[in-house]
Design a protein around this ligand. Structure first.
Ligand code: PBE
Length: 270
């Protein structure tokens, strides 16, 4: 197969995830930015369905183009590559921020301080994600394993913070394994400090609205400034941003199996 001959085999289709995900907006932007993608469309599904399609393609050594991101477990188990993005449709590596509702510091100063101290790395998150997706573990079990193996890290967030007595605390998160991993871990951290933690999975736009409306106390997966910019900007003044819990390691792009002999989005013919 010559480079770029994949378009027909792929039916001019990029395989994506849930329509509310920020990466879907970036992929739509790429369809506009690249002339060679004029005839292509972005197929929405879910993270689970996209991964299933990717794994089937890999099994048959067939081409596939997916919306991909870091941190993610999929790069551990499969030989994949990001396509170069000379137009910059997918932006630069960004931060993952922690957002809390206004008034949290007064109502739950202990949780506020822990969340303010919370920071980790893409490798940390990927360990939990791997256990969830590949080992089929429950997010809470995978989060507990990471916690047990990284007590020094957790202690650096909780040191000097007083325990509480069964106060309830609600975390809202998106429908992706990045968020399940983070929340699975943080639930144990807060529960060990005496909180009664409830977690709710919602669509991306509602996640931001819930914190702005005080329906939830916190969210831990704000991909900013770009991926979730359209959700964040309208409510920016109604939440408190505690800064990055992961710095400059979150990245988006179009991802293909290594065996496809193209290197750039520009190589996808249309
Ligand atoms: N993601 C994972 C999400 C954020 C976390 C990249 C799939 C998105 O909104 O695109």
């Amino acid at each position: 197969e010559a480079a770029g001959d994949y378009a027909e085999e792929l039916d001019y289709t990029i395989t994506g995830i849930d329509p509310g995900a920020g990466i879907m907006g970036a992929a739509e932007q790429a369809l506009e930015d690249y002339d060679n993608l004029d005839d292509w469309t972005l197929q929405s599904s879910s993270e689970t369905a996209m991964i299933a399609e990717m794994e089937e393609a890999i099994e048959n050594e067939e081409p596939i183009v997916i919306t991909g991101w870091d941190p993610h477990w999929k790069f551990v188990d499969h030989d994949l590559k990001y396509l170069d993005d000379p137009e910059g449709s997918f932006g630069e590596p960004e931060d993952i921020d922690t957002l809390v509702r206004e008034g949290l510091q007064d109502d739950h100063p202990e949780a506020y301080e822990i969340l303010d101290n919370f920071e980790w790395t893409a490798d940390d998150m990927a360990e939990i994600m791997y256990d969830i997706v590949v080992e089929d573990e429950d997010p809470l079990d995978a989060g507990q394993t990471w916690y047990d193996e990284n007590e020094d890290v957790v202690n650096s967030w909780t040191e000097g913070v007083d325990e509480v007595d069964g106060e309830s605390f609600e975390i809202v998160h998106g429908p992706w394994e990045t968020d399940y991993s983070t929340v699975g871990m943080m639930t144990h951290v807060l529960e060990d400090m005496g909180y009664d933690v409830e977690t709710t999975n919602v669509e991306a736009n509602y996640m931001y609205q819930a914190v702005a409306d005080d329906d939830a106390d916190a969210m831990l997966g704000a991909w900013l400034p770009d991926t979730h910019g359209e959700y964040y900007e309208p409510i920016e003044d109604e939440v408190e941003n505690l800064g990055a819990n992961m710095e400059a390691e979150a990245a988006l792009g179009l991802v293909v199996p290594e065996y496809m002999d193209i290197d750039s989005i520009e190589d996808l013919e249309g």
